[in-house]
Design a binder for this molecule. Structure first.
Ligand SMILES: O=P(O)(O)OC[C@H]1O[C@H](O)[C@H](O)[C@@H](O)[C@@H]1O
Length: 539
């Protein structure tokens, strides 16, 4: 069964939500809390080591009921079944979407074109495991017989952001290997990394699903040339491995066939850290931790597949986000992890969410006249409190925010962790309640200053409180957002798994690159034409 193609704005639930919005739009959450002593209990989900409190949102029981009706009317249940069945729901690219197969147990079955992909998935996982073990325990050596000390992941987009974020997030679990990520075609990136490398002890992991990406091939070639200043062509086999679906292109690049970790077209780039794209993660934290990450994601998959929608974390978070995006007109969502380890989390989610749901044509091929993908941004607390929180508290824009925190710290210093957690809790409370004029007056504030010190409050937040940052809980957290993306794509009636919007700039860049080296400058708008000429003047 193909994905349903229901225009959400034509559903009964949508119309009811519009009318309901008019009734509740000016309501203050403070009143909702005052009216219902059980609000926080009712509007939270405790699952495994996750406690998700969504009570600090501008929703009533009726809002939630209508959002759940919307999920039914757009046939979310059927859509979930289609995705997990291996059907080619990425219709515009003719592909199945099965990143969930990559974290499923060995005896699970996922079919693509009638064939169970699990044996292949596990074959690659076993290859990752044995390769990781040999690198980490020093058995595998470089061209001068030394063990590896450094790993460089060369990739961009989905072949960089996921592994880079996870390696950073799981630093606490890292082994002796030092890991670097080179992504930008800006030569400064690769040059700065080269300064820190020793060719004798560095392993290069070239990651590119297509193996045609300009940035990755340029960086890989630069690193290969640098390596060959000290080594021979034959040594490349000892130092370069690749992750790709394009085996021919990898071989053309000069990487030994045994050093290729395959992936499949049914894994989208931004959902690929669970495939061999995660090789750098496995190398950095060891295979055991890497498989715990996968296990966490699998547990979230099971929750998503089986929990009723009213207690289904990704579904609830997705529907609340639709409420703000499509009814309140909120344009952005902030992701605020109270963990320095998650400092790249929002950056990672920017690709996942914005590349997936930044679409304006529906699944019938028609232009859309309602809002789709939200703008994602964020930085860890408490730093962000001292940077952009002013605007969230007192600005004119409505910015729903996810607050992500951990009950236990990894460092064990209670003084620091209590301070961090008190801020984590205080901020959502402040955003909820604000501060009234009466309260400002009661503080003895000088009269002329009073209006400036008032906080309206009524700013929505979700609190995602997780027991501890572990590979497994991180896997759950990432998978939670992956499923949220999917649910929202279904509601908005868009295809979440293609990304044609990134192609135009690439095509034009290739054209301009040719023009730098010829006297012929093809027709551009006058602005681009002038800028191009300006650059050429100094070349
Ligand atoms: O893995 P690659 O084929 O090199 O692709 C890397 C990235 O580039 C593309 O432009 C897409 O926008 C991303 O979705 C993808 O992750």
């Amino acid at each position: 069964m193909a994905l349903p193609t229901v225009n959400p704005t034509t559903t009964n639930a949508w119309k009811k939500l519009q009318a309901h919005f008019e009734d509740v739009k000016s309501m203050h959450m403070k009143e909702l809390f005052a009216q219902d002593a059980d609000r926080a209990n009712k509007n939270s989900i405790k699952w495994d080591d996750f406690y998700v409190d969504f009570s600090k949102n501008r929703i009533t029981d009726e809002t939630l009921g209508l959002l759940l009706e919307l999920a039914d009317e757009v046939k979310l249940k059927e859509a979930i079944a289609s995705q997990f069945s291996g059907e080619k729901i990425n219709k515009t690219e003719g592909r199945a979407v099965l990143h969930t197969a990559l974290r499923a147990p060995k005896d699970a079955q996922f079919f693509v074109d009638g064939e169970n992909v699990m044996p292949e998935v596990y074959e690659v996982q076993e290859k990752i495991e044995s390769f990781t073990n040999k690198v980490v325990n020093g058995e595998l050596k470089g061209f001068t017989g030394k063990s590896f000390t450094h790993v460089v992941n060369i990739g961009i987009g989905g072949s960089d952001l996921g592994p880079a974020m996870v390696v950073d997030a799981l630093q606490y679990y890292k082994n002796q290997l030092t890991t670097y990520f080179v992504s930008n075609v800006d030569g400064d990136h690769v040059n700065e990394v080269i300064k820190k490398l020793d060719p004798e002890t560095t392993l290069f992991v070239v990651v590119s699903k297509t193996f045609t990406t300009q940035e990755t091939l340029s960086n890989a070639n630069t690193l290969k040339s640098w390596f060959l200043q000290s080594a021979t062509e034959a040594d490349i086999a000892k130092h370069f491995v690749a992750v790709s679906t394009n085996l021919e292109k990898v071989k053309d690049f000069g990487i030994d066939a045994n050093n290729i970790f395959p992936m499949w077209d049914w894994v989208g780039g931004r959902f690929s850290l669970w495939s061999a794209v995660g090789l750098s993660i496995s190398l950095a934290v060891g295979y055991k931790n890497y498989s715990s990450l996968l296990l966490g994601a699998y547990k979230m998959d099971e929750h998503f597949k089986t929990a009723d929608f009213d207690s289904n974390i990704p579904v609830i978070l997705a529907l609340i986000s639709v409420w703000y995006n499509n009814f309140f007109g909120a344009e952005t969502e902030a992701i605020i992890p109270y963990s320095q380890y998650l400092s790249q989390f929002a950056t990672y989610l920017q690709q996942g969410i914005m590349e997936s749901n930044g679409k304006s044509v529906d699944r019938n091929g028609n232009a859309i006249d309602y809002q789709t993908g939200t703008i994602i941004w964020g930085e860890p607390g408490t730093n962000s409190q001292h940077a952009f929180f002013q605007l969230i508290h007192q600005g004119t824009k409505l910015i729903p925010a996810d607050f992500i925190g951990f009950v236990e710290s990894l460092h064990g210093n209670t003084d620091h962790h209590d301070k961090l957690t008190s801020n984590f809790l205080a901020q959502t409370e402040a955003l909820l309640n604000g501060k009234t004029e009466a309260e400002v007056v009661a503080e003895g504030t000088q009269e002329a200053i009073i209006p400036f010190k008032v906080f309206q409050g009524n700013k929505p937040t979700n609190t995602i409180f997780v027991k501890k940052l572990t590979p497994e809980s991180l896997g759950k957290l990432i998978a939670m957002y992956e499923h949220k993306i999917f649910v929202q794509g279904i509601v908005w009636n868009i295809f979440s798994y293609d990304q044609f919007g990134v192609e135009l700039g690439k095509q034009l860049a290739n054209k301009i690159l040719q023009e730098f080296n010829t006297s012929e400058v093809k027709s551009h708008d006058s602005s681009t034409q002038n800028l191009l000429k300006y650059y050429k003047c100094f070349k």
